[in-house]
Write a protein that binds this ligand. Structure first.
Ligand code: GTP
Ligand code: MG
Length: 477
């Protein structure tokens, strides 16, 4: 019977890392550097308690401390003398964040004191932790799977309630459960097909062709739902980049200010006022919209303005949503029409046409050439249509991604890409089945699919990918 290689790879990887780290104790400052009420220095590893005890003077030695206990005392250095009065929290393996012995030293939040305590601990034999190394150890010791570890980074960086909830759900394992469920089904089928190969010569069939086919259909649907959830997941995590574009003087900066409810950008009736990109964020129904006010689009001989126009075009290309403003107080010129046509034709799927200045709309204003485009009328002076505009912005963004289609959302490009590869392999396995080829060929694709899923949760993830993931964490996490 064929060997299931992914399990072996995983064991070798874990054992290698365990051995490498076994005698290593790491330390780092876990709080931002600066002046604060308190700062925390975190120490983890086999010598964490011993090293901290060697610089700590309290009522009793930390060596006899119970897990999850807190101790008051002083940290001193032979040369500098007393550094600070501290509280030391002791967490004994395996009931700690990393799964190792962990000590957290809470000191007064001075830059000098915090750095000095870290230096003293390092001087006693701890090593400065790499970015994300505490979480990496938690992963290697099986406290978290890779998806959960990645959720820790997302949680730290989450800026909105929706992003926070999504990362908490991922940390709690809801996404891991979905991936494990698909993976387990594939493992069962893979084992069955491999077993069947052993009986092939006797003509015994263990699998029911129809059942396997419907299993593939179900798995393909499950994978497609997860992959599609990325569109909304990405919006939750990164927000939406919305660019305010249009000819000079149409009211882009006025719209930015009214959406922000503050006078952020200079507004004037001189065309070409805004030369550079001005970025600010607002929340609409819990989603962060990163608004970019841009220089007006027009042909110009002014070199600085030319650069502004070039930047505006770059912003439009990279946007998720383009609010294309048109001044309705004037009849559109031929040049103005060219600019509008150009943006609408190239970015039709993300353009929302905004007719501004409807409070002084020209009686002969018309926009017949754009009948097909969705448009909305506003006035930045009277405030008319602004609420409706924010609703439309939200609708436009979620029109491509149904937030209700999946209870969990994929938020990482890495997960999305691996799920796509898994889907391709499962589709290939299904075609092989429909072509009535040997189960051996199906098993090859299934094993590839299993490896991709294993990469997501960290069972078969190559070391360089792991390094890349954890290096994006901050030091001390
Ligand atoms: N009546 C009226 N005037 C407006 C409206 N919106 C903007 N304006 C005026 O139009 C002029 C240009 O507004 P801005 O917001 O600076 O226009 P802009 O598109 O940022 O212009 P540039 O930065 O030069 O490209 C200013 O005098 C605004 O007060 C509106 O809805 N109604
Ligand atoms: Mg402007």
């Amino acid at each position: 019977m064929g060997q299931i290689v992914y399990l072996k790879k995983c064991d070798i990887f874990r054992i290698k890392n365990m051995l490498r780290d076994q005698n290593d104790t790491i330390a780092a400052i876990a709080t931002p550097l600066g002046e604060a009420g308190i700062s925390v220095i975190r120490v983890s590893g086999v010598r964490a308690i011993e090293i901290t005890d060697s610089v700590f003077k309290g009522k009793a030695s930390l060596r006899g401390a119970l897990s999850h206990s807190i101790h008051f005392g002083r940290i001193a250095d032979p040369i500098a003398g007393l550094i600070d009065e501290v509280l030391v929290s002791v967490f004994k393996k395996p009931h700690s964040y990393t799964g190792e012995d962990v000590v957290e030293i809470s000191c007064h939040g001075s830059h000098y004191v915090t750095a000095k305590i870290l230096e003293t601990v390092i001087g006693k034999g701890a090593r400065m932790a790499d970015p994300g190394e505490f979480t990496q150890r938690a992963f290697l010791r099986g406290k978290l799977d890779l998806m959960q570890a990645e959720a820790v980074a997302d949680l730290i960086h989450s800026k909105t309630a929706l992003a926070h909830r999504a990362s908490i759900e991922q940390l709690n394992g809801s996404l891991s459960i979905s991936i494990h469920a698909i993976r387990q089904k594939l493992i069962d089928l893979c084992s069955l097909l491999e077993l069947e190969l052993d009986f092939a010569e006797e003509g015994i069939e263990l699998t029911d062709h129809k059942r396997v086919e419907s299993f593939f259909d179900e798995t393909i649907t499950d994978l497609e739902i997860l992959i599609n959830s990325y569109k909304y997941g990405r919006i939750i995590r990164d927000g939406v980049k919305a660019v305010l574009a249009g000819a000079p003087n149409v009211g882009k900066s006025s719209l930015l200010n009214i959406l922000l409810k503050q006078n952020r950008a200079i507004v004037s009736d001189v065309p070409g006022t805004t030369r550079d990109v001005i970025e600010e964020a607002i929340l609409i129904e819990g989603i962060a919209f990163r608004l970019a006010d841009t220089a007006g689009l027009r042909k110009t001989s002014d070199l600085v303005e030319q650069e502004g126009v070039r930047r505006s075009r770059n912003q439009i290309s990279g946007a998720d949503l383009v609010l294309l403003l048109i001044d309705s107080s004037e009849i559109i010129t031929a040049d103005g029409l060219d600019i509008i046509l150009d943006v609408v034709q190239r970015f039709s799927d993300k353009v929302l046409i905004v007719l501004n200045k409807v409070d002084i709309m020209h009686p002969e204003f018309s926009l017949n050439s754009f009948e097909a485009c969705e448009r909305i009328s506003i006035s930045c002076i009277s405030g008319q249509g602004i609420d409706l505009l924010t609703k439309k912005m939200m609708q436009q963004v979620i029109s491509n991604c149904d937030p209700t289609s999946s209870s969990v959302q994929i938020q990482s490009e890495r997960h999305r890409d691996l799920l796509k590869k898994t889907l391709t392999s499962v589709i290939a396995a299904r075609s092989t089945l429909l072509e009535n080829l040997s189960g051996e060929f199906i098993a090859v694709d299934l094993r590839a699919a299993l490896n991709y899923l294993g990469d997501i949760i960290g069972i078969t993830t190559p070391e360089d990918v792991l390094h890349n993931i954890f290096s994006k964490f901050c030091i001390g996490k």
